[in-house]
Design a protein around this ligand. Structure first.
Ligand SMILES: [Zn+2]
Length: 599
C-alpha cells in the first residue's frame, strides 16, 4: 500500500505545483508541506496543527481528505510504536509525547538543523539535501524521497519602499485555547539609514506563560543566516547578521505558540483583548510587531502596564490565514475569504490585525453604501446584535462625512466578546457581552455609546495614529468627544443624555496629558484622559466656534492620516485654525503645553 507522504508527493508532481504555488493557495509554508511529504510530524506545533495542514494540503491536491486523514492517523500510530514507546491511541496528548520523544531522540541533529536553516526555501539538492538530516538513521519510514526537491522561486518579497508586510498563518486549537503561529515579516528599510538590528514589540509576552517563541530567522542579501535574538518582557531584539542598508529588504520568520489566558468578565484593557472566555477567544495584540522606528529615539519599546493600551503601532499590510475548527466562526480585520476551515484576511495600511473566534456566533450584515458592516453576537442577544450592525454603519458614514476622510476599507466587523469594555483594532472592534445583556434598546445605552466610541477609533487610532502609551489623550479624548459629535448630528434629542452619561456624571480628573504609567486604576485614567479630555475639546470648540473647530478636525485628520501624530502636531494645527491664543485653556487641563517640556 502506498504511504501517505508518497501519495502527497506524487499528487503534487502530477499537478506540477511549486512550493510557491502551494503557499499562495493554502498559506502552508514549504517546510510544512515538505514535512508532510516526509511524514515528519515533529516539525508541527501540535497534532491539530499537523492535521489541519494535511487537511488543507490534501484538499489542495484534490485527494480524498477523509482517506488522507485516516492514513495520517495510522502513520501516527505507527510512529508511536517506536522502540521504548508505549502503544497508545492517536490522541493529541499522546501525540505530543511522541513528538517530545522524537525531538529528544533526534536531539542535537534537529537543533543544529533548525538553528542553521530555520525556515527557508530548501536548496535544490535531492537526497542528502539540508532537511534530510531530520530523518534519523533508525527510521527508514521517514527517509526523504529520492525525488529532487524542485528549485524554489527566489524571494521577491516587497518593494524597497513598501510598508511592512505581515504574512501570518495561525492555527486555533479552540478547546485547548491555544494558537500555533508562523509569521513572516517583509521589512523594507525606509529609514534612510543603515540598520544593524531590528526590534519587535511582543505584546503577548507581558506574561511569560502566554508566548513561546520556537524559532526565528532572518533572510536577506546572500541568504538565510542563523540569527541570535533576545526576548525580555515585551521587547524582542534581533541583531542582524549583516547590516541592512537603506532601501534593502529583510525577511524575518517567526514560529511561536500562544497559550491564551482566561479572561474574567471584569477584565478590561490588555487583559480583555487577548485570551479565552466561555464562548469566545479574543485574539488582539497577539503577534510580534515591528517597533516604530522613530527619529532621535530609534526602535520604540516600552514596558507593560495594566491600565490603558500599552501599544504603539505603525501602519503595515497584512495577509493572515487562520485555520479554525468546523464549527468556529472567525471575525478578523479586512477582506475575508473563506474556504472550509481556512479563513483568510487581507488588509492594507492597517494599524493592527485582530480577530475573535467563537462556536456560538450568529451574524448580521448591514450594507452601508459600498461598505459591509457585520455584527457577530451570541444568539441570545439578537436585538442588540442587529442594532450594533445598523448603528455601526451609521457611525461609519457619519464620521466619514464629518471628519472629511471616508472609512478606507470595504468591511467593518464588531465581535461580541466577554470582557468589561471595548477594544479597537483596524477594521474590527471587540465589545463586551455585558453591554449586550443589559441593552435596553435605543441609543440611550452603554452599548451604543461604546460602539460609537469604538467606531470613531477607526479615525483616532486607525487612520491617525498616536503614541497610546505617552499621549493616550490624543485618541481617547477624541474618541469620547466623537460620541458627542455623533449624537449631535444623528440623535440631537439624546445628546445631553450622552454628555451626562459619558462625561459630566464622572469626577473631573487630570492632568489630561498623562501617560498610561501615571495611572494605577482604570477609572482615574478614564476620568482624566477620556472624560476630562473630552471636556477640554468641548471648551476648545466653544472658544474657537463650531465651524472653525470642525475645520481643524478635518485638517488634523487629513494631514495626520497614516502617521503617528503627536500632541505638538495637534496643537500646531489647532493654532492655525484658531483666532485666539488657546494656551491658557490648555493650561487648565494639561501639565504642560503640547510639544513643550515640563513646566
Ligand atoms: Zn477608546
Amino acid at each position: 500500500m502506498a504511504r501517505l507522504g508518497q501519495l502527497l508527493r506524487e499528487a503534487r508532481e502530477t499537478k506540477g505545483s511549486s512550493w510557491r504555488d502551494i503557499e499562495a493557495a493554502t498559506g502552508l509554508w514549504p517546510e510544512y508541506v515538505q514535512a508532510l511529504e516526509r511524514e515528519d510530524y515533529s516539525r508541527f506545533a501540535s497534532a491539530g496543527h499537523a492535521r489541519s495542514a494535511l487537511r488543507l494540503y490534501a484538499r489542495y491536491l484534490g485527494l480524498n481528505v477523509k482517506e488522507a486523514l485516516a492514513m495520517w492517523e495510522g502513520t501516527v500510530r505507527g510512529v508511536e510504536r517506536l522502540p521504548g514507546e508505549p502503544e497508545q491511541g492517536p490522541s493529541g496528548r499522546t501525540y505530543r509525547a511522541v513528538v517530545a520523544a522524537l525531538v529528544i531522540s533526534l536531539g542535537l541533529a534537529i537543533c543544529a538543523i533548525t538553528a542553521l536553516y530555520g525556515y527557508r526555501w530548501v536548496q535544490s539538492s535531492g537526497p542528502g539535501g539540508a532537511l534530510s538530516g531530520l530523518s534519523g538513521p533508525g527510521d527508514p519510514a521517514r527517509h526523504p524521497s529520492p525525488t529532487p526537491i524542485p528549485s524554489p522561486t527566489p524571494y521577491q518579497p516587497i518593494s524597497d519602499t513598501a510598508l511592512p508586510l505581515y504574512t501570518i498563518t495561525a492555527t486555533i486549537d479552540y478547546d485547548d485555547h491555544s494558537l500555533a503561529v508562523q509569521q513572516r515579516i517583509d521589512y523594507a528599510n525606509r529609514s534612510g539609514e543603515t540598520l544593524s538590528d531590528i526590534t519587535l514589540n511582543v505584546f503577548p509576552n507581558y506574561d511569560s506563560e502566554i508566548f513561546t517563541l520556537h524559532g526565528l530567522s532572518v533572510e536577506f542579501g546572500t541568504g538565510p543566516t542563523p540569527t541570535a535574538h533576545s526576548l525580555e518582557g515585551m521587547t524582542l531584539h534581533v541583531p542582524l547578521p549583516q547590516e541592512l542598508e537603506a532601501g534593502q529588504v529583510a525577511t524575518m520568520f517567526l514560529e511561536y505558540t500562544l497559550d491564551l489566558p482566561y479572561i474574567d468578565p471584569s477584565d478590561s484593557f490588555t487583559t480583555g483583548s487577548l485570551g479565552w472566555s466561555e464562548h469566545v477567544v479574543d485574539v488582539g495584540h497577539w503577534y510580534p510587531a515591528l517597533a516604530p522606528l522613530l527619529p532621535d529615539v530609534g526602535w520604540y519599546t516600552f514596558t507593560y502596564h495594566p491600565v490603558g493600551d500599552p501599544y504603539v503601532m505603525e501602519e503595515a499590510d497584512y495577509d493572515v490565514r487562520i485555520w479554525a475548527p468546523d464549527d468556529v466562526t472567525v471575525v478578523g480585520s479586512g477582506e475575508e475569504e473563506r474556504e472550509g476551515n481556512l479563513w483568510r484576511y487581507r488588509i492594507s495600511e492597517a494599524r493592527s490585525f485582530a480577530f475573535a473566534a467563537s462556536d456560538q456566533y450568529v451574524s448580521h450584515a448591514f450594507d452601508a453604501g459600498g461598505m459591509t458592516v457585520t455584527s457577530y453576537y451570541f444568539p441570545e442577544h439578537e436585538s442588540a446584535g442587529l442594532d450594533v450592525a445598523r448603528l455601526a454603519a451609521e457611525a461609519l458614514v457619519t464620521f466619514g462625512e464629518e471628519f472629511g476622510s471616508p472609512y478606507p476599507y470595504t468591511d467593518y466587523r464588531v465581535a461580541e466578546t466577554e470582557f468589561a469594555g471595548g477594544m479597537e483594532f483596524t477594521g474590527v472592534s471587540f465589545l463586551g457581552a455585558l453591554w449586550y445583556e443589559t441593552y435596553p434598546g435605543g441609543v440611550r445605552s452603554q452599548l451604543v455609546a461604546l460602539l460609537v466610541h469604538e467606531v470613531s477609533h477607526q479615525w483616532w487610532y486607525g487612520m491617525v495614529g498616536n503614541d497610546q502609551v505617552m499621549e493616550p489623550w490624543l485618541d481617547e479624548a477624541l474618541a469620547t468627544f466623537s460620541e458627542l459629535i455623533f449624537y449631535e448630528l444623528r440623535y440631537p434629542d439624546d445628546e445631553l443624555w450622552l454628555w451626562d452619561f459619558e462625561v459630566l456624571n464622572w469626577p473631573r480628573g487630570g492632568p489630561v496629558d498623562g501617560s498610561i504609567y501615571d495611572f494605577t486604576d482604570g477609572s482615574s485614567y478614564m476620568n482624566a484622559v477620556y472624560r476630562t479630555g473630552a471636556l477640554l475639546l468641548a471648551d476648545l470648540r466653544q472658544a474657537m466656534g463650531t465651524q472653525q473647530f470642525r475645520q481643524f478636525l478635518r485638517d488634523y485628520c487629513q494631514s495626520q492620516s497614516h502617521a503617528l501624530s503627536t500632541g505638538a502636531d495637534f496643537y500646531s494645527i489647532l493654532s492655525r485654525h484658531a483666532d485666539q491664543d488657546l494656551s491658557p485653556l490648555f493650561g487648565e487641563y494639561f501639565a504642560r503645553l503640547p510639544g513643550e517640556g515640563a513646566r
